[in-house]
Write a protein that binds this ligand. Structure first.
Ligand code: PCA
Length: 211
């Protein structure tokens, strides 16, 4: 089995992005699966193209994209990617979208095809704070999640994929917000990858939210 794991370059005021910093710490093999790592630019459009090219080259069985969600208090497997780019802050090429579709006439949303509940359960059992998130936002992370799931749906229906948001890493020094040591973030990603390998289908469990 081969698993493509992506993380992002830094964006905004940050000089490090804990997503790719944590991906770099992952072993090159997990439960016998080969781990292929890729750093992705924080740019609408280009992010999806770079990952699509790697998927075509590497032909992975699973694609897991990871991004920073500053202020989140846990590692969050995302449930859904939505078909919209909308402005929060400029991407790394200065572009601020205004609510356009990612794929014209594409489906409104794609659900993750990763076992998000099994991933959360495995992390929590191992003392890593984790919960399911029901929004990946409307910035580049949501863009990449939707773009990858669209590609997989169209061209690689047997390949599972999805997205994980991670909090700030402690070494970024944003102490007014929740953070986790980078090694713990990497541990959470490794446990999530194990859960993906172990669970072809997700487990039945309640991981909803009232808001
Ligand atoms: N986080 C941003 C984009 C890149 C990243 O790491 C997001 O949540 O959209």
């Amino acid at each position: 089995m081969k698993i493509l794991v992506t993380g992002f370059q830094p964006f905004g005021k940050e000089t490090k992005n804990p997503s790719y910093e944590a991906v770099k710490l992952l072993p090159n093999e997990i439960l016998g699966a080969k781990i292929v790592k890729l750093e992705v630019p924080v740019v609408f459009g280009l992010s999806g193209e770079v990952v699509a090219q790697k998927i075509r080259e590497e032909q992975p069985d699973i694609v897991i994209c990871v991004g920073q969600a500053g202020g989140r208090t846990a590692i969050n497997p995302e449930r859904v990617g939505i078909n919209v780019n909308d402005g929060a802050t400029p991407d790394n090429e200065g572009y601020v979208p205004s609510g356009e579709a990612i794929v014209k006439d594409g489906p409104d949303a794609y659900f993750s095809t990763l076992p998000i509940k099994a991933m959360v359960q495995k992390m929590v059992e191992n003392d890593i704070p984790a919960s399911v998130s029901n929004t990946a936002g409307t910035y580049v992370c949501n863009h990449l999640m939707y773009s990858v799931l669209h590609l997989l749906h169209q061209e690689f229906p047997a390949v599972r994929g999805g997205f994980i948001h991670v909090p700030y890493a402690t070494m970024q020094g944003n102490f007014r917000f929740a953070s986790m040591p980078l090694s713990e973030i990497a541990k959470g990603l490794e446990l999530s990858i194990e859960a993906c390998i172990e669970n072809e289908q997700d487990i039945t469990a309640s991981h909803g939210a009232t808001h």
